[in-house]
Design a protein around this ligand. Structure first.
Ligand SMILES: Nc1nc2c(ncn2[C@@H]2O[C@H](COP(=O)(O)OP(=O)(O)OP(=O)(O)O)[C@@H](O)[C@H]2O)c(=O)[nH]1
Length: 462
C-alpha cells in the first residue's frame, strides 16, 4: 500500500524510543532524520520537509508530554499531527444529489476513477451513473462500459458519437434517475488548448457541482503545478483532486503534500486497478495507518460492506461479540466469508491499530491466510461437524478428525489445518481483547480528541 516504506521506517525509529520516559535532542534528531529521508524519498518538497522537521523537533523538546505519556507516544502524537497537517484536508462531498465532472491528462486514471467513485457512492446508498464523453481515445467507451458494469452502476455513452458536449447533455438526460452523475472526459498528453476548450464546453453544458481533477501519484510534487494549471485553465476552477495509482509508486507522499499547497483538496485515493480499489481521503485515518496506528473508520466501512455483501448483517451475529465471548468455528466461518469480501488481507491488517508491524510479525505469515480454495474445503469440513464440535473445536480429538475427514470427503491433514487455523485466529483475537486496556488503547483515545478517532470499541470482527 501507499507509502509503505515511509510508515515502516518511521515505525522502526519510533519503536527505538520504547521504554524511554524522557526524550533528548539526540532521540529527536534520529526521528527527524528518518522522517526527512522517507519524505524526500516520497518526493515531498524539500521546503515542506524542512518546515515539518523543525516543527517536530521544537515541539518534541519544548512541549511537556501529558502525565503518564511515554516519550514514544509523545513524539508519535506530534509526528501524527504534523503529518496530518502536511497532507491537508479532505474535500467535502455531501452525500446528496450532485453532478461531478472529472478532468485530467491522458492516462491519469479518469475512466477508472469515474467507475470507482460511482461504486463508492453506491455503497453509501446513492444511485450513481457514469457518463462517458471521451470521443478522443479509441477504446474509452468499452472500458468505461465494462467498468460501470463491474461497479454495477448506470452507464451512458455513445460509441458512435463525436461531440462530447452533446454526449454529456444526452447522458444527463438519459441518467436523470441517478442521484450522482459522474461525467468522464477525454484527456490529452498535456494541458493544451483543445483539452481546455473541450472541458469548458462540457462544464458549461453540465454545470457540475464539483469538478474533480484526476492526478497520477507518480508525478509526485509536480502535482501542485498540474493542479494549479488546471485550476487556472478551467473557468470555475478545480474543486477537488483524486490521486490515483498510489499502489504503484513511491512518490505518493509528494503528490499528497503538493496538493495541499494548492487551493484544491483531496477527495479520493486510487489504490489499484479494480473498481473497488478506492478510498475516501481522510487525513487522520490515512496518517494513523501510515504510522501503524490503524484506521478504524476505513476498517469499519469495509467490515460494514462485507457484512452486507455476505448477508451477515443479521441480528443473530454481532461481530462485536467476538471481542467478548468464545471464538467458535461458526464465528470463524463467518469471519472467513467476511474477510474474503474485504479485499487484500495486508491492506485490511494495515487498518487495525497495532498491527502495522506489531502483533502480525509474531504470527506465522499464513496465520490468517484463508484462500478461497482452502475456505471451500474448510466449509465442507464444517458441514460434516456436529453442532457440539463447531461450538467446542478444542474437543475434537484424533478419532473425530478421522471421522470428519471421511464424512467430508477430505483428509485428516486438512481437518487438522482447519483446527490449527481456528486456534491461531483465536489466539490473535485474545491479544486484541487485551489490547483495549493497554498502552495503545490510551494512545488511541488521546488521538481521538484531536484526530476524530474513537477508542477501540467498535473495532468489528477482530
Ligand atoms: N495500479 C493502478 N492502476 C490504475 C489506477 N487507476 C487507473 N489505473 C490504470 O491506469 C491506466 C489508465 O487509466 P484510465 O482510467 O484509462 O485513464 P484515463 O485518464 O481515463 O485515460 P484517457 O481516457 O486516455 O485520458 C489503466 O490501465 C488503469 O487500469 C490505480 O489506482 N492503480
Amino acid at each position: 500500500m501507499v507509502l509503505d516504506d515511509l510508515g515502516e521506517s518511521l515505525r522502526g525509529t519510533l519503536d527505538s524510543l520504547r521504554g524511554k520516559s524522557r526524550i533528548d535532542e539526540e532521540d529527536v534528531d534520529e526521528v527527524v532524520t528518518e522522517i526527512q529521508r522517507s519524505l524526500l524519498q516520497a518526493d515531498v518538497d524539500v521546503g515542506l520537509v524542512q518546515d515539518l522537521s523543525e516543527a517536530i523537533r521544537s515541539r518534541s523538546l519544548d512541549e511537556e508530554p501529558p502525565a503518564g505519556t511515554s516519550a514514544r507516544d509523545h513524539v508519535l502524537r506530534i509526528v501524527y499531527e504534523e503529518l496530518v497537517d502536511l497532507v491537508g484536508d479532505s474535500m467535502e462531498l455531501p452525500l446528496e444529489e450532485r453532478t461531478i465532472v472529472l478532468a485530467g491528462l491522458q492516462g491519469s486514471g479518469k475512466t477508472t476513477t469515474a467507475a470507482k467513485m460511482a461504486w463508492w457512492f453506491s455503497t453509501k446508498g446513492l444511485r450513481p451513473a457514469v457518463i462517458q464523453t471521451d470521443t478522443f481515445r479509441p477504446g474509452a467507451y468499452d472500458q468505461a462500459e465494462q467498468m460501470a458494469e463491474r461497479a454495477e452502476v448506470d452507464f451512458y455513452g455513445d460509441p458512435d458519437g463525436d461531440d462530447p458536449v452533446q454526449i454529456a447533455r444526452d447522458g444527463l438526460e438519459a441518467t436523470a434517475d441517478a442521484e450522482v452523475q459522474i461525467v468522464d472526459t477525454a484527456g490529452r498528453h498535456a494541458l493544451e488548448d483543445d483539452l481546455i476548450e473541450e472541458l469548458e464546453a462540457i462544464d458549461r453544458a453540465v454545470d457540475p457541482d464539483d469538478t474533480i481533477l484526476v492526478l497520477d501519484a507518480a508525478i509526485g510534487q509536480a502535482a501542485s503545478d498540474q493542479a494549479e494549471e488546471f485550476d487556472r485553465a478551467v473557468a470555475d476552477g478545480v474543486d477537488g483532486v483524486t490521486i490515483t495509482k498510489l499502489d504503484g509508486t513511491a512518490k505518493g507522499g509528494g503528490a499528497l503534500a503538493a496538493v495541499d499547497q494548492t487551493d484544491a483538496e483531496i477527495a479520493f485515493l486510487g489504490t489499484g486497478e479494480g473498481v473497488k480499489d478506492v478510498e475516501r481521503f481522510e487525513p487522520s485515518g490515512f496518517v494513523s495507518r501510515l504510522l501503524g496506528m490503524g484506521d478504524l473508520e476505513q476498517l469499519a466501512e469495509r467490515v460494514e460492506r462485507a457484512m452486507v455483501e455476505t448477508g451477515e448483517d443479521d441480528e443473530e451475529w454481532d461481530p462485536e461479540d467476538l471481542m467478548e465471548g468464545e471464538f467458535t468455528l461458526k464465528d470463524m466461518r463467518k469471519q472467513m466469508e467476511a474477510m474474503n469480501q474485504m479485499g487484500p488481507l495486508d491492506q485490511v491488517m494495515d487498518m487495525i491499530p497495532g498491527l502495522g508491524g506489531g502483533i502480525m510479525d509474531q504470527l506465522p505469515d499464513d496465520a490468517m491466510d484463508v484462500t478461497e480454495d482452502r475456505m471451500r474445503s474448510f466449509e465442507v469440513i464444517m458441514d460434516s461437524m456436529t453442532e457440539d464440535e463447531l461450538e467446542h473445536p478444542q474437543s475434537v480429538g484424533a478419532e473425530r478428525v478421522e471421522r470428519i475427514a471421511r464424512g467430508s470427503g477430505t483428509d485428516p491433514e486438512t481437518v487438522r489445518e482447519l483446527l490449527q487455523q481456528h486456534q491461531m485466529m483465536d489466539r490473535t483475537l485474545d491479544q486484541f481483547q487485551g489490547m483495549g486496556d493497554g498502552d495503545l488503547g490510551r494512545m488511541m483515545d488521546q488521538l481521538g480528541e484531536g484526530g476524530g478517532m474513537g477508542g477501540m470499541g467498535g473495532m468489528g470482527p477482530f
